[in-house]
Design a protein around this ligand. Structure first.
Ligand code: SAH
Length: 352
């Protein structure tokens, strides 16, 4: 145990570890070590962000997807899901409602839906940018061409969330069908960064076939890419996918990894995810206590919430955006934090 604590302190001072050191640390299942990491992680998020929790209003713009990822509930071959796509007006209206509620970052997330052409996206982004010049616009629309990423950036988007899902190419193959490419996914992340987006990578904790050595590679990717954000949450099985009977990720491992990521990159934007809140009613609060500093409540119209079901039992599918806001404010204040109305950019960030 002393050895693992030493490694955590080494990570804290060097912001990197050797592969074997990561392996040793990630293998650790000791509660004392996890608490040691959480305390240090929390200390860093407190120093940098105070008791402030940033919120992002998530707008799930479509559940049509051309991809067939084995873990995902909105994969192409899931014929039991009713498909929807928000209109230009609905997306803009969601952002307007969110603005009134105090959100200053909107995340437009969706499956890889071919009808979201560059032209459509740039128009919507431009309109939101015009209506709310003080807001950040984040996209999470999967893999697109460099040209598309550039056009959307020029139209006013600021950030892009693209979880790499796993930094191990063999593991990537276990999670995705042949037609998807690990190299392309990683390349997209570097391209987005190069263009000037604040970039978020990330992965599911406990996804089928994930080993400690996969997680080591995830940590090394974060060390190399230096993303502004890292989104991690437990894998939660979805009943109508090939992984329906696989075990889900655990709260404990997710929390430990959140803490390690905070220590690796103290100023990173780190959400306590909805998936974590789904497998534990206090999951998001525990995430904050382990070093997370961001929450991403749902702003999608309630009529469609149930249809954007990436995994089973997803929480908050019945709540209005305003209710979510109040619920989260109460939850964070109960643990000594507060939700703030701010763009919540990465510390020191200046727009190119
Ligand atoms: N199409 C976009 C958005 C994907 S949905 C893209 O490719 O980036 C956002 C994230 O949800 C995914 O990146 C994945 O990590 C996560 N997710 C999907 N299915 C999940 C599941 N069964 N359990 C937990 N998280 C899941």
């Amino acid at each position: 145990m002393e050895r693992e604590k030493e490694l955590i302190l080494k990570l804290d001072s060097l912001h990197r570890l050797e592969t074997e050191e990561w392996e040793e640390l990630i293998r650790c299942r000791d509660d004392d070590v996890a608490e040691f990491a959480a305390e240090l992680a929390r200390k860093h998020s407190r120093e940098i962000f105070g008791n402030q929790i940033y919120t992002r209003g998530l707008i799930e713009i479509s559940n049509y997807c051309k991809n067939n990822c084995y873990y995902c509930g909105i994969r192409r071959d899931n014929s039991s899901v009713e498909r929807y796509r928000l209109t230009r007006e609905q997306i803009i209206e969601c952002a307007g409602i969110g603005y009134e509620l105090g959100f200053r970052t909107f995340v437009l997330q969706g499956g890889e839906d071919g009808s979201f052409t560059d032209e459509f996206m740039c128009d919507v982004i431009g309109e939101i940018r015009k209506n709310h010049p003080d807001c950040a616009i984040t996209l999470s629309l999967g893999e697109r061409s460099e040209k598309s990423y550039r056009l959307m950036y020029e139209a006013g988007a600021n950030r892009y969330l693209l979880r790499h899902e796993t930094a191990d190419s063999a593991h990537y193959r276990k999670l995705h069908p042949e037609e998807m490419s690990f190299e392309n996914r990683i390349r997209c992340l570097y391209t987005l960064k190069e263009i000037g987006y604040q970039v978020g990578c990330g992965f599911m904790v406990g996804s089928p076939g994930q080993t400690e050595s996969c997680l080591v590679k995830d940590m090394e990717l974060i060390t190399d890419l230096q993303p502004e954000m890292v989104g991690i949450g437990p894998f939660v099985p979805h009943h109508a996918t090939p992984f329906a009977r696989e075990p889900g990720g655990t709260v404990k491992q997710t929390l430990f990894l959140l803490s390690l990521i905070r220590i690796l990159k103290p100023d990173v934007l780190l959400p306590a995810t909805t998936a974590l809140g789904t497998i534990d009613p206090k999951g998001r609060e525990k995430g904050i206590m382990a070093g997370a500093n961001v929450l991403m409540p749902n702003l999608s119209p309630t009529d469609y919430r149930k249809q954007y079901e990436l995994y089973d039992n997803k929480i908050c599918t019945g709540d209005e955006a305003a209710e979510c806001r109040v619920c989260l404010a109460n939850r964070v204040s109960a643990i000594g934090y507060e939700i703030v109305t701010s763009r919540g950019d990465a510390p020191g960030w200046t727009q190119k």
